[in-house]
Design a protein around this ligand. Structure first.
Ligand code: F6R
Length: 634
């Protein structure tokens, strides 16, 4: 939430910062702003709405120095304190205009700080918590000659007064050639360039310029100039960041011919799943998770697994539960991270807590992981983002190799999380000796077939896109999704995609629960002559008839029940499943897949459907309203 960029070097700071903001806009798009330091002038531009509004404003700006200045900061906002207006857009200035500040996070003691500043005569120009920091920095620097070091010292003193979560960047008109950053519970990475350095919420902002990054620790201050990167802790002691190389390039963060990032990311799923499996399966069909810093003995000691995550990552956890319990016979509970620590879960040294997060920065998940560690549980992170906070604070990490996910709605993260969860489940079964090597090998072989199967689903999506257009045209008011077993979390995921992208009421149900209430939602055709006049659309996720026959037969009955009440059934079933044909108003075929692995193929049509409805409804598919990626507030 909120994208932040800072630059010092030889290029136009405005150009570098705007390009970075373009890549970070998925983190928030309520407003955008930049501050550029030129000689000793601080030039500012900010505008409510998407980045394009700021770009329009800048195109009309007359100051040449705005383009020639080589030190700058920029921000794209997801509003917390104060509405999404011009005056609340970042950067915020100190009253004397000397300091400009941008911020991601929430300063929890801002009301007290604001009252204190107002009592000393400071007038506020915005409703934000951030503005306090600009005034506090100015107070610290009053009467002090400007220098990079003085700005870093002032930032340290101010940070020690702040409570909550924050990434802050500041520039001082009297200290050209320097940007100071600070982080607590909120992301900030450094890009190490040649004669230039960068600060950003994530590496995609500077990937075009450098792939060498430095991960900062908790409660650290970083000072960048064109030539140097200096890191200290909040007490002023020198500190070290962790250097790493980013293993993807700028092209991975481009749309590459697709109309939307989401469509590109859907198309990338076969590769993303293959990349997540690659290098983790040995010659003899055994799992190799050497990078996971948990010993075999640690895993043998586990007597309970909790999976904790949010949104789509939570749905991945729900699928994983079926596999982990089936393969390992260890009880596995799945929890929403935002609820986990508040209900005092029973955790101890033999509990394995698996936290799943694409971004690695989700605050709810981070707080849950800290709670788990306090209770002495072992924490394993499944994460897509190198250098992020969640893997850094976990005991162990398994990275998904999905590449950058830029669309706000998660797609390839989900499938790669499934792959990673299945590897963890099989690894647990392998080290605990509850599955023979050939059994583990057989499932791994099936997993390795998933990329080709996903590819096959993708190649047959035209009818689903057409259905999406019809649903958009007719303003369908609700869409229901039903599934059983692993098809149930897939139903939840399909409904989530539709809500967030198409702004359409959608709900996922365990098919067996329908008769306990939700079936009352089903209505037959209204007969009012609208184009999609076919009754409530119900998407039915059907398990393989080759798996547990009972499961399959039960859902076929559920489909008949909803159809008998006038629903329009959109049935997702595997090739050769003829039992569903009489009850399917629309049939979407997916390749034959073992029951536990079916979500790899059944989720894809639901992603395509949601994107198609959103696109046909004229919505921004990548940046749905009210949302932002990487939710760094609780
Ligand atoms: C939905 C979506 C969100 C995220 C959730 C967790 O499409 O993207 O529900 O899945 O905010 O995010 P991560 O995985 O980054 O922790």
């Amino acid at each position: 939430m909120c994208g932040i960029v800072g630059y010092v070097g030889g290029q136009s700071a405005l150009g570098v910062v705007l390009e970075g903001l373009r890549r970070l806009e998925y983190r928030g798009y309520d407003s955008a702003g930049v501050a550029v330091l030129a000689s000793s002038r601080l030039l500012l531009a900010k505008k409510a709405g998407k980045l394009s509004n700021l770009e329009k404003l800048l195109a009309e700006a007359s100051e040449a120095e705005l383009r020639t200045g080589t030190t700058g900061i920029g921000h794209t906002r997801w509003a917390t304190h104060g509405g999404p207006t011009d005056r609340n857009a970042h950067p915020h200035l100190s009253a004397d205009g000397r300091i400009a500040v941008i911020h991601n996070g929430i300063i929890e003691n801002f009301a007290k700080l604001r009252a204190e500043l107002q009592a000393s005569g400071v007038e506020f120009a915005s409703d934000t918590d951030t503005e306090c920091v600009a005034h506090l920095l100015a107070a610290e620097l009053a009467g002090v000659a400007g220098s990079p070091q003085a700005l870093a010292d002032a930032m340290r003193r101010v940070c020690n007064r702040l409570e909550g979560a924050f990434t802050l960047l500041a520039v001082d008109a009297q200290a050209p050639g320097a940007v100071v950053g600070a982080r607590r519970n909120s992301p900030l990475v450094v890009g190490r360039g040649n004669g230039e350095n960068f600060l950003a919420s994530d590496v995609s902002a500077f990937i075009e310029h450098t792939r060498e990054a430095v991960e900062l620790g908790q409660d650290q201050i970083v000072l960048i100039t064109a030539e140097a990167i200096e890191i200290t802790d909040f007490a002023g002691n020198p500190a070290q960041g962790r250097d790493y190389h980013v293993d993807w390039d700028a092209r991975a963060a481009e749309k590459d011919g697709h109309a939307w990032f989401m469509l590109k990311e859907i198309a990338e799923q076969p590769q993303a799943v293959a990349d997540t499996l690659r290098g983790r399966i040995g010659e003899h069909g055994e799992i190799m998770l050497d990078e996971v810093r948990l010993t075999d003995q640690d895993l043998r000691d586990v007597d309970k697994v909790f999976i904790v995550s949010c949104g789509t990552s939570y749905h991945a956890g729900l699928v994983a539960k079926y596999a982990i319990e089936h393969w390992t016979r260890i009880p596995c509970e799945v929890e929403l991270a935002s609820e986990f620590r508040y209900r005092d879960p029973v955790l101890d040294r033999s509990t394995l807590v698996v936290v799943i997060s694409q971004s690695g920065e989700t605050m709810d998940t981070l707080m849950a992981l800290r709670h788990a560690k306090e209770q002495k549980a072992r924490v394993l992170a499944i994460c897509n983002t190198n250098g992020s906070t969640i893997p850094r604070e976990s005991d162990a990490v398994l990275y998904t190799h999905g590449g950058p996910e830029i669309a706000v709605a998660s797609t390839k993260a989900f499938l790669t999380q499934l792959a990673a969860c299945f590897l963890v489940g099989l690894h647990l079964a392998q080290v605990r000796g509850v599955k023979y090597a050939d059994e583990v090998g057989a499932v791994l072989a099936q997993l390795q077939e998933m990329p080709a199967k996903i590819e096959k689903v993708l190649a047959a999506m035209d009818p689903v896109r057409e259905l999406g257009r019809q649903l958009a045209e007719t303003n369908a008011s609700t869409v229901l999704f039903i599934g059983r077993h692993v098809g149930y979390p897939v139903a939840l995921e399909g409904a989530l995609k539709l809500k967030e992208l198409a702004y359409l009421h959608a709900e996922g149900f365990a098919a067996g629960e329908l008769k306990h209430g939700p079936i009352a939602l089903i209505a037959g055709p209204a007969g009012d002559g609208r184009a999609f006049d076919r009754g409530t659309p119900v998407v039915c996720i059907v398990p393989s008839p080759a798996g547990r026959g009972v499961l399959h037969d039960k859902i076929v009955s559920n489909i008949q029940e909803v159809r008998a009440r006038g629903a329009h059934t959109i049935v997702i079933a595997e090739e050769g499943d003829d039992a569903v044909v009489p009850y399917a108003d629309m049939l979407v075929r997916v390749p034959r897949t073992p029951t536990l692995l079916a979500p790899f193929v059944t989720t894809v049509p639901l992603q395509v459907l949601a994107a198609a409805i959103a696109d046909a409804s004229g919505h921004d598919v990548d940046q749905p309203r009210n949302l932002a990626k990487s939710v760094t507030v609780e």
